[in-house]
Ligand binder design. Structure first.
Ligand code: HDE
Length: 741
């Protein structure tokens, strides 16, 4: 137990809460106890796998006591001054604390992940609804069972310090700490993959990572080596189409779907098997940024997604996903409606096989320590529990090898499962011993089987309770380096995806291809990728070719005429809850506090989050200003309501891309506000203005009768916002080119 925090009873409790300025504090001189370690920070188990006490107190590896010590517990008088031969003399080598402090610091970094280096983690819980029990015997999928989980979202290509809002696939990895051991669902936010066989993974990653001569570009696919590879290795084209779509620029981690990608095998109590594909469906909706927003955000707030997730959790707006499965019969050919279920470049459209919800995940706690949890967590698609098994998908098969292997370098040895974030929350009794960073103090003398000296411990379980041997399926065949003929179809699923998009999404897709290929120096690479586009969709190819100033080639494969679009693949056309959407309430220092309160109340009553944005910080009456024009930007909000039109402040930035303080009907308006509104208009976000605030709209060249622009009292505007934001953006405002005749 950590000692209780000491407070000085002679001192009054300082006032706290929103709007109360923080007192300026001196460093306290009375020692106080450190914060209590949370369960996942506690040290290793107090008993060994064979039940012998280890002697380690649970909190052995977190902070204890009130005083600064060395790593071996010796109290220190100071950590500010090195031991020297006289105040002006050289530093003495015998200063143990100095050497320990510097040496530890020198070794604080571990290698970042070879892919998915930049990530953001959160804790939560998964509650099963029991629907899966018909097809799966896993204990954590039984009705009402609640399982602790840890999720890590990531980008694939960028380094650990790269920005959140780059165009990339996002990792969506979930660790379920089940009573039967850890189960890891290590998926992505895109349901197909670039390659069909794991042996090609180093190739695609070498191609997308910064080019080896100059190490540029960072966290981008818009470069020659990437397009050189994907245009030659055409099985990458389906994933590439997804990557060029809005799916690769999500608005928030909270608003992404997740996919297991591969087909897995589930086994029920009766031993019957089914083939399944996993889907995470966000209750918050599936939303993306627009390209210009990603560019702005990457500069204004490179931690945009991380901050968004943690802000939401801190605010109690816990993100929720439903976990669903597409269930397909386990036939000998492992095909469904002509789709090869072992090919990870193919999806099964939801219209052909609906997603059935089997449980719900809520993220409700952020890590206490980023390194200890988010950086040290390790996932492995081979972490399976009884009832869930792999298939022969040749990509998945290689992953089963890679994920353990990489941790040996990354986490410095084979004992990474003992790190608290990775440790299962059920009894562990393995016969793995020793190695770097061994924390368990194993008792007994016989870490081998069979043995009699440790009483036969540990015992093997019956087949029924065991994992990894769920399906004793026969395996036969000649040793060959070949793949099935169905794997040769590289374009039909890209066509399916492209044709399932709404016109505005298609326009974004065209712009993304044109931008990325425009960044390639080599014309031969651009031409080759255009050839792939010709094989996917002639119109898309023609539009991209026009943008590049190159001729559109003829297809080299028969055109896919029988592709049925899958509406489920489009993010447009559905409505979603508006809960938690962020509304900027723009005010002036002269705006009446009652008007601001009324606007805040209307937004809050609609379940959305109001942010008061004013020319300067502090308070207006009793209302706290949440953001100033200096500390925020349009990209932070889903909609703006100009409650009052601010007049230009003396420090208004003069060099904005609007006419600063341009007169509108004789009144000056704040150019920073004009910039914010103009950007939100361009990004097709809802815009509202109070009856006295329309000067801003005029100055921002926003017609009051444009789609998604509302003028009225705050309550009326917010009411319309709830409808406008349900579709996320005002899609009608995007200039969609007329379809070609
Ligand atoms: Fe990964 N992948 N991967 N991957 N992957 C890693 O494991 C690998 C693949 C995915 O937040 C690495 O611990 C190979 C598909 C996620 O910690 C590494 C192949 C999918 C994460 C690795 C694949 C993924 C990783 C790097 C082809 C989606 C981040 C560090 C055979 C279904 C997990 C690490 C986290 C991480 C290898 C393909 C998702 C090197 C060899 C397909 C979400 O082991």
């Amino acid at each position: 137990m950590a000692p209780e925090k000491k407070t000085d009873p002679t001192q009054p409790t300082p006032p706290s809460g929103p709007g109360v300025p923080s007192p300026v504090l001196d460093e306290p001189t009375t020692p106080v106890a450190p914060p209590a370690p949370k369960p996942s920070q506690e040290g290793p188990a107090t008993v060994t796998p064979t039940g012998a006490p280890t002697g380690a107190p649970p909190e052995a590896f977190a902070q204890q006591g009130e005083y600064l010590t060395t790593s071996t517990g010796v109290r220190l008088r100071t950590t500010d001054r090195a031991l020297k031969a006289g105040p002006r003399g050289p530093v003495l080598l015998q200063d143990h604390h100095l050497r320990e402090k510097i040496t530890h610091f020198d070794h604080e970094r571990i290698p970042e992940r070879v892919v998915h280096a930049r990530g953001t983690g959160a804790h939560g819980a998964f509650v099963a609804n029991g629907n899966a029990s018909k097809i799966c015997r896993a204990a954590f999928l039984k009705k009402d069972v609640e399982t602790p989980i840890f999720v890590r979202f990531s980008t694939v290509a960028g380094f650990r310090g790269s920005s959140d809002t780059v165009r990339d696939t996002r990792g969506f990895a979930t660790k379920f700490y089940t009573t039967e051991g850890n189960y890891d669902l290590v998926g992505n936010n895109i349901p197909v993959f670039f390659i069909q066989e794991g042996i090609k993974f180093p190739d695609i990653i070498h191609a997308v990572k910064p080019e080896p001569d100059r190490e540029i570009p960072q966290a981008q696919s818009a470069h020659d080596t990437f397009y050189d590879f994907v245009s030659l290795h055409t099985e990458a084209q389906a994933h590439l189409a997804w990557s060029m779509s809005d799916r690769a620029i999500p608005l928030s981690f909270r608003m992404m779907e997740g996919f297991g990608v591969h087909t897995f095998r589930m086994v029920n109590e009766a031993g019957e098997t089914s083939l399944v594909k996993f889907h995470w469906k966000p209750r918050q909706g599936v939303h993306s940024q627009v390209w210009e927003e990603t560019q702005m955000t990457a500069g204004l707030d490179p931690d945009f997604h991380r901050r968004d997730l943690y802000d939401a959790i801190d605010a109690g707006a816990y993100p929720v996903w439903d976990l669903g499965v597409q269930v397909m019969p386990d036939t000998e050919d492992e095909m469904f409606e002509g789709i090869d279920l072992l090919d990870p470049t193919k999806i099964v459209p939801e219209e052909l096989c609906p997603v059935q919800v089997i449980g719900t995940m809520t993220l409700n706690r952020r890590p206490v320590n980023f390194f200890a949890e988010t950086e040290q967590v390790m996932f492995n698609p081979g972490h399976l529990v009884p009832g869930i098994d792999v298939t022969n998908d040749p990509l998945l098969q290689v992953r089963l090898f890679s994920y353990i292997d990489t941790q040996i370098t990354r986490l410095g040895g084979p004992n990474f499962s003992q790190i608290p974030i990775n440790a299962p929350q059920c009894p562990v009794n393995d016969m793995l011993r020793d190695g770097f960073h061994q924390h368990a103090v194993h008792g007994g003398v016989a870490p081998y089987r069979p043995n009699a000296l440790d009483g036969g411990n540990p015992a093997e379980t019956g087949t029924e309770e065991a994992a990894f041997i769920d399906v004793p399926a026969p395996v036969a065949g000649k040793k060959v380096r070949e793949r099935p003929a169905s794997f040769e179809d590289h374009f039909s699923q890209a066509t399916l995806f492209v044709r399932s998009l709404s016109p505005v999404e298609r326009q974004h897709l065209t712009a993304a291809y044109t931008f990325e290929l425009g960044k390639c120096y080599e014309e031969s690479v651009r031409v080759r990728q255009l050839q792939c586009l010709a094989n996917i969709d002639a119109e898309l190819c023609a539009e991209v070719a026009r943008g590049l100033g190159l001729p559109a080639p003829e297809p080299t494969v028969p055109p896919a005429t029988d592709v049925e679009p899958s509406p489920a693949l489009s993010q447009v056309g559905r409505t979603w809850p508006v809960t938690g959407r962020k509304i900027a309430l723009v005010v002036d220092s002269t705006t009446g506090p009652a008007d601001i309160e009324a606007a805040k109340d209307a937004v809050t009553a609609a379940g959305m989050l109001p942010f008061v944005v004013a020319p300067s910080g502090g308070k207006i009456g009793d209302v706290v200003v949440d953001r100033t024009f200096l500390t925020t930007a349009s990209v932070e909000f889903d909609a703006v309501l100009v409650v009052d039109a601010p007049v230009p402040a003396p420090d208004a930035t003069p060099d904005l891309d609007v006419k600063a303080g341009q007169p509108t009907g004789g009144k000056q308006v704040d150019p920073r506000m004009v910039k914010l509104v103009a950007e939100m208009f361009r990004h097709s976000k809802a815009i509202g203005a109070g009856p006295d605030a329309t000067d801003i709209l005029t100055a921002a060249v926003v017609p009051t009768d444009a789609p998604g622009v509302v003028v009225g009292k705050p309550a009326e505007v917010v009411k319309e916002f709830t409808e406008l934001l349900a579709t996320h953006r005002v899609w009608d405002r995007f200039p969609v080119a007329a379809p070609k005749q």
